[in-house]
Design a protein around this ligand. Structure first.
Ligand code: GLA
Ligand code: ZN
Length: 582
């Protein structure tokens, strides 16, 4: 098996943590203790620099790398590796004071003051310049250090900004996309409620003070936020790619994260990584494990190679309604779950628990007692020793016969759709399909509907309501060439500008592929159940019952009640060399 290690310069499992030694700079005996504890915890890696900007550039243009020099060298001397972060996730006070434009403006058009983190405008030329400068220095200084194995860009990119710079960039994005305002008006169907735009200059980001009823606009704003974040990442990584081209670049992504289309940023990173904080022991751990598995599968599929578990808690977190320590054995179990879904690492937030501020009670490998004599420390050390024993697994993934299609644009568009039920249940429905395979030990990739599907035996497209022309082509090609496509209600309802497909759904060629037209959809109340019969058995139906006309498809199940009793509930249709099940 060819191995594709996440960090090629270190072809082993990484076992480590976010490490914030700058918080202890007043007492360097702590740093020395940390090095001993790192080894005792069987850790071989530390992620540093994530929130260090104020220390690295205490005054504008005055850089001071002594702390990072010292800490990287210490970790190196003690046999550890470094994942080096760029510091853009949190900025120094002086910068916000001098350049207020770097701070975010919310949907009520109020500019944030200095504070928190992840509070920056993605468009501000000043911020981009400051980030580029510090990243250049970091790359010059550490980009070829033997201990550094990867770049961790910023921290958990998220959020949006409504400042004038961002609004103008949004208008440019739309100009680029539509060319003329007429084309935009058509795509947005603005004759509805007399919302016709006379020029691009009139366009504003959707928000509480502006327009939220134009679905095409909402969708484009989501796309713009992703586009601008991607552009910001490109700005961050330009000096890094130039000065240390051999090191992989990652951003740490999140669970059920809504704001960014990670498929659309995947091409500007080399490896996927994510921060996983399941709410263990709150109900059925198997269900929680399966949802977590969905995201492990998604991040493995994102770059089609091993990913990194960038953060997890060795114990509890500090931001859930109830913060419960992981039960004995859970750290080993959840860490190995990540590994067996394709992670090349088990990393934690955080190595040493901070003494003050908002995360002082968050789980850490080393607590306020400062020793190795804790249950949590011992369990981390145990996870590390297991990783050492199974090191030959690092760099490998297992092929998946099945792909489930998951799409952020579809998620956003479905949420906007006024009709059906208020709560669309897109993600829960994707989870349910994933669970079917997970329970049977069948590996699943989670991919974009635009991905190359040719290697899969089965492709499942749950609730793929937004189906643009290119996706229609992709699905048609897949079935035509021999694939089995499984679609569900709502497939092919709107195109990629959120205009309804005309002439019957599923839109465009998908009608021929499935041999059906979906005529009506019955939304079920939460307690309501309908039934379908297949193979002499009665099955319970929840959420939606779609009424189908058959145009060549054969029924596999029929409704057993409702006004659509005896009509097709599940169909199958041969098409090209493949088949389409609905
Ligand atoms: C996120 C952040 C970390 C830390 C953890 C706490 O994942 O990236 O800096 O705040 O949450 O769970
Ligand atoms: Zn802005």
């Amino acid at each position: 098996m060819t191995k594709r290690h996440a960090c090629p310069s270190f072809p082993h499992f990484l076992h480590g943590a976010d490490y914030n030694p700058e918080q202890w700079i007043h007492d360097k005996s702590i740093w020395d203790a940390d090095m001993e504890l790192m080894k005792k915890a069987n850790c071989n890696e530390m992620s540093v620099g994530i929130f260090s900007w104020a220390m690295l550039e205490p005054r504008e243009g005055e850089y001071d790398f002594t702390f990072l020099d010292e800490i990287i060298e210490k970790v190196h001397q003690n046999g550890g590796k470094i994942i080096l972060s760029t510091p853009s996730g949190a900025r120094p006070h002086w910068m916000a004071d001098k350049y207020p434009e770097i701070l975010r403006v919310n949907g009520h058009h109020q500019r944030a003051h200095f504070g928190g983190r992840h509070n920056h405008c993605f468009t501000s030329p000043v911020y981009r310049e400051k980030v580029r400068r510090i990243n250049t220095r970091l790359a010059q200084r550490y980009g070829n250090h033997p201990a550094v194995v990867a770049w961790h860009i910023s921290n958990e990119y998220s959020g949006q900004c409504h400042c004038d710079l961002c609004q103008n960039a949004f208008r440019d994005f739309l100009r680029q996309k539509y060319g003329t305002i007429d084309a935009l008006n058509h795509a947005y169907w603005t004759t509805f409620w007399s919302h016709t735009y006379d020029s691009f200059d009139q366009i504003e980001a959707p928000g509480p003070l502006t327009e939220t009823g134009i679905h095409g606009l909402n969708l484009d704003w989501h796309r713009f936020v992703t586009h601008q974040t991607r552009d910001f990442i490109l700005n961050e990584t330009a000096p890094i790619r130039k000065l240390s081209p051999h090191l992989p670049v990652t951003i740490n992504m999140m669970f059920e994260f809504y704001d960014l289309d990670y498929h659309a940023v995947a091409d500007v990173i080399d490896i996927a990584s994510w921060d996983s904080y399941p709410e263990w022991h709150n109900g059925d751990d198997a269900i929680i494990a399966q949802k977590t598995a969905f995201w492990h599968d998604l991040y493995r599929s994102l770059k089609d190679r091993p990913f990194l578990l960038m953060e997890s808690s060795p114990s509890l977190v500090n931001w859930k309604p109830f913060n419960k320590p992981k039960r004995p054995g859970m750290d080993v179990l959840s860490s190995l779950q990540a590994v067996f879904h394709g992670s090349d690492s088990v990393q934690y937030f955080q190595f040493r628990k901070s003494r003050g501020s908002s995360e002082k009670f968050h789980g850490a490998i080393v607590g306020h007692d400062g020793t190795e004599n804790t249950r949590v420390f011992r369990s981390v050390a145990k996870t590390g020793s297991i990783l050492q024993k199974i090191d030959e697994v690092a760099g490998t993934v297992t092929d998946s016969p099945v792909a489930i299609l998951f799409d952020w644009e579809n998620w956003w568009a479905l949420d906007d759709a006024q009709g059906y039920a208020l709560e669309k249940k897109y993600l829960p429905t994707c989870y349910e399909y994933h669970r079917f395979f997970w329970e049977r030990g069948i590996n699943c990739d989670i991919v974009s509907p635009k991905a190359d599907l040719s290697r899969y035996k089965l492709v499942v497209a749950p609730m793929l309501y937004l189906t643009g022309g290119d996706v229609v082509e992709n699905l048609e090609r897949y079935v035509n060439q021999g694939g089995t496509l499984y679609g569900t209600y709502m497939l092919g309802t709107v195109d990629d500008t959120d205009l309804c497909w005309l002439g019957g759904i599923p839109g465009s060629k998908l009608k021929e592929v499935f041999g059906i037209v979906a005529e009506e959809i019955d939304t079920l109340y939460p307690v309501e159940r309908q039934h379908a019969s297949a193979d002499g058995k009665i099955h319970e139906l929840i959420d939606y019952c779609e009424v189908l006309q058959l145009h060549g498809a054969k029924e596999l199940a029929v409704y057993a009640d409702g006004y659509y009793k005896d009509m097709a509930a599940v169909t199958k249709h041969p098409y090209g060399k493949g088949q389409a099940i609905y």
